[in-house]
Design a protein around this ligand. Structure first.
Ligand code: ATP
Ligand code: MG
Ligand code: MG
Length: 349
């Protein structure tokens, strides 16, 4: 039986391990936190930092191939592993996804529109960039942001940028032009080593407090936006020589045009609905792709809404269990802290 190494021990790693087990793979998780969500279901855990060279050697020894469940795996760790084992998605995808500036340049290089952007390395840079965008924009840390953390929105020229560079930590930043979108969608797409691709239907995403709240399928966007988003996701996969599942987020404009926001070189929260509404989930699709198995059919058999259970939402579980057509998935986290993703459910419509 082959063993898949998974870097990262969160809920995405947990769901990958479950899908891997169903296809007769063993899994070993590299994660510093003991009893993490993924280690509760994987066959084994290496308890160590993601960049611990001895732990990486151990992972390469016990695993036949290696993947990851979050995009902030140190590129040097992925490269070290790639010298002795297949690492999917390719480390290049990590490099691009870890820095919003490199990411936007890469996406534009694929012929895909993004928000306008300027690197910001000082308060003076910020003020110059804001002036260029008419006083509105979204300032973001280039690295390590998620769930809207490390961001500041400027809605108009009356928003005073004083102190914003310091407030975001004096780290490399990017100012994006403000995209007046109608809706947000994401495409979960997969590419196999032979270049075959498969896209799940776009999900329409609504955020609350910066955290994904619901993903609804089908998205209420026209066929041209759907087609443009699929085409863009596929172009990104091909340009990266990608193997595995990727999540690509888009803004949809009033005229149906799409603007790419960011990529996640991994399974994605906005693809959780696939486990309830498709025969092959994004998790199984990822395992199939990295293990050299044929990709599954990405079509859906049901319309659905996926909703995250964040913090105290976990108290809804008894009610959800009593509902028909609800697929519930909990992550094995003992403590429900505010903003912490505890689970999700998908209601088939
Ligand atoms: P995630 O948890 O999805 O990784 P993140 O912290 O990486 O989120 P983004 O996805 O870049 O952050 O932005 C969070 C949200 O802020 C977006 O989903 C969108 O609603 C809004 N947003 C981000 N950039 C822009 C922009 N340039 N114009 C308008 N709205 C934006
Ligand atoms: Mg992000
Ligand atoms: Mg995002």
């Amino acid at each position: 039986m082959k063993t898949i190494g998974i870097i990262g021990g969160g809920q995405l790693g947990r769901m990958l391990a479950m899908a891997a087990a169903r296809l007769n793979f063993r899994t070993v998780v590299l994660e510093p936190q003991p009893d993490c969500p993924a280690a509760q279901v994987a066959n084994d855990q290496i308890v160590a930092a993601y960049d611990d060279p001895r732990a990486l050697d151990e992972l390469a020894r016990v695993a036949d191939l290696i993947t990851y469940e979050f995009e902030n795996v140190p590129v040097s760790a992925a490269e070290q592993l790639a010298r002795s084992r297949p690492v999917f998605p390719p480390p290049k995808a990590l490099e691009v996804a870890q820095d919003r500036l490199a990411e936007k340049r890469f996406i534009n290089g694929c012929g895909i529109a993004t928000a306008g952007f300027q690197p910001v390395d000082s308060q003076a840079d910020l003020e110059a960039a804001l002036a260029e965008f008419g006083g509105a924009g979204v300032l973001k840390t280039r690295r390590l942001g998620y769930d809207g953390k490390g961001q500041r929105v400027f809605r108009s020229a009356t928003d005073d940028p004083a102190g914003a560079y310091v407030a975001l930590g004096q780290v490399p930043l990017i100012l994006e032009s403000f995209v007046p979108f109608d809706r947000e969608i994401s495409v979960i797409a997969a590419r196999a080593a032979d270049g075959t691709t498969a896209c799940f239907d776009p999900a329409e995403n609504v955020h609350r407090n910066g955290i994904l709240h619901t993903s609804t399928v089908p998205a209420s966007v026209g066929p041209s936006a759907t087609e443009a988003a699929r085409k863009a996701a596929t172009a990104i996969l091909d340009a990266l020589g990608y193997v595995g599942v990727i999540g690509v987020e888009f803004f949809v404009l009033a005229d149906g045009g799409v603007v790419a926001n960011e990529i996640a070189p991994r399974v994605h929260n906005s693809g959780h609905w696939t486990e309830a509404a498709c025969v092959v989930s994004q998790f199984e699709q990822h395992i199939r792709a990295i293990a050299g198995l044929p990709l599954g059919d990405p079509s859906r058999h049901s319309d659905c809404v996926m909703q995250n259970l964040v913090g105290d939402d976990i108290a809804r579980v008894p009610d959800l269990l009593a509902e028909r057509n609800v697929f519930l998935h909990l992550y094995g986290k003992a403590e429900a802290r505010p903003g912490r993703k505890m689970g999700h459910f998908t209601r088939l419509l």
